[in-house]
Structures are given as structure tokens and as C-alpha cells.
Design a protein around this ligand. Structure first.
Ligand code: ADP
Ligand code: MG
Length: 223
């Protein structure tokens, strides 16, 4: 098993005495597709932020590609994040004035890919998610499902080690959500490692591994 990510004894306390996560240990291996499921307020987004190095634990360690991220400088941490992790959010987080291809290409700015090559890679990623005919569309000219496909293209364009999706179907109708889930399943079949955060038990049950969180604790890990 090649480890992509490992959390050991991770606790995240927020100011005011709120415990977002309590003593969570979790390993993700290359090629996995897993769900992180739990009710609202259970700590899913806190967990995603820590898995994605957007936030650091109060206690415990987070290892990505063998490196303890809690020991890295901010600069090295953001380099590692840019090179190894792709994010997909419920609300897409596209830049409104940029076309689909520009939105995807911006993800490559910070990892030093030259302009022309950024564009080619972005186009290839959009083809891959079925948006070849929508390259020049602006976000407001796209449906919700198409916007999420652009966001997924942006997450995969740099072939990250790990894709983290926080409620990726949460803003979509059921059928469109199914399509997005199907796309993530296809990316997994092609080799991507993906964690899908969801409050939806049916979505979780359709994935090969389910991690259940409640009150900041990991209470189940089923394959
Ligand atoms: P979920 O994504 O499962 O809904 P969160 O990870 O967002 O849960 O939140 C877990 C707990 O931590 C909740 O009780 C929430 O109110 C609290 N929390 C989340 N972010 C913060 C923050 N920045 N400051 C204080 N408390 C927070
Ligand atoms: Mg959340």
C-alpha cells in the first residue's frame, strides 16, 4: 500500500472551547475512493481542511507524501498543497469573470507551468470531464452541473495525489448530483485518489469505503 495521507491523533480545537475534531487517526492509500460521512456539525469540513493542509491540527500529526506537514513553513506547505491536492467545493468557487478554460488554467499558475502549456492542460482536463464544447463559457453561462465539472477539471488538471471534495453534490439536483458522482467514480477508475465529504448516507454507501464522523470523532471505517 502506498500511503497518500495519514492523520495520527489529530485534534482541532477552535477558540471558545469548541472541539472540531478529537483524536482522529486515518490513512488513505493511493487509488482509494472514500466517503467521509456524518451529520451537519460533526466535523467533516474541519477534517477536510486538515486533510488538505488548509488548516493545521491543535494536536497530532498530518503526513502527506511522507512529510509531516505540521513542520513545514507556510511557503513549503502551500507548494505541497498546490502540487499534491485538488479541491472541489459545494459552491464550485469559480472566478466569475474567467472562462471555463481560464478557471482551470489558474490552478496551474502557482505551480509554475508556462502560460501556453497551462491552456493546453486546462483544455485536456475540460475534455476529460465532458466539457470540450464549453471551453470559452463563463460561469454564469453554465449550469450547476457544468460548473461543478469545471471545478473538478480544475482539481485534476495537475494530477494531484489526492482530490478532496466537500459536499460536491450539495448544491445540485439529484440527477445532476448522480452525474457528478459518476464522474468522480470514473476519475477513480482511471487512478485518482478521492475523498468525498457528504452528509448523504446513500452517496456514502455507493462508495467503496465509508468513514463516519460524529461529534468530531471517527466512529466507523468500513470497506
Ligand atoms: P460539518 O462540516 O460536519 O458540518 P464542521 O467541521 O464545519 O462540521 O464543524 C464542526 C464543529 O466545529 C461544529 O460544532 C462547528 O460549529 C465548529 N466550528 C467549525 N469551524 C469553526 C470555527 N472556525 N470556529 C469555531 N467553531 C468552528
Ligand atoms: Mg461542512
Amino acid at each position: 500500500m502506498t500511503e497518500v495521507l495519514a492523520l495520527e491523533g489529530v485534534t482541532r480545537e477552535y477558540p471558545g472551547g469548541v472541539t472540531g475534531l478529537a483524536d482522529v487517526s486515518l490513512t488513505v492509500a493511493r487509488g482509494e475512493l472514500l466517503a467521509i460521512v456524518g451529520p451537519s456539525g460533526s466535523g467533516k469540513s474541519t477534517l477536510l481542511n486538515i486533510m488538505g493542509t488548509l488548516d493545521l491540527p491543535t494536536r497530532g500529526t498530518v503526513r502527506i507524501a511522507g512529510k509531516d506537514v505540521t513542520r513545514l513553513s507556510d511557503r513549503r506547505l502551500s507548494d505541497l498543497r498546490g502540487a499534491r491536492i485538488g479541491f472541489v467545493f459545494q459552491q464550485f468557487h469559480l472566478i466569475e469573470g474567467l472562462s471555463a478554460v481560464e478557471n482551470v488554467a489558474t490552478g496551474l499558475l502557482y505551480v509554475g507551468v508556462p502560460r501556453r502549456r497551462r491552456r493546453l492542460m486546462a483544455e485536456a482536463a475540460l475534455e476529460r470531464v465532458g466539457l470540450g464544447p464549453r471551453l470559452r463559457h463563463l460561469p454564469h453561462q453554465l449550469s450547476g452541473g457544468e460548473k461543478q465539472r469545471v471545478a473538478i477539471a480544475r482539481a485534476v488538471v495537475n494530477t494531484p495525489d489526492l482530490i478532496l471534495a466537500d459536499e460536491p453534490t450539495g448544491a445540485l439536483d439529484t440527477a445532476t448530483g448522480q452525474d457528478v458522482l459518476q464522474l468522480l467514480t470514473e476519475l477513480h477508475r482511471d487512478g485518482s485518489t478521492i475523498a468525498v465529504i457528504t452528509h448523504d448516507r446513500d452517496i456514502a454507501a455507493s462508495l467503496p469505503r465509508q468513514i463516519t464522523v460524529r461529534d468530531g470523532r471517527l466512529i466507523g471505517d468500513v470497506r
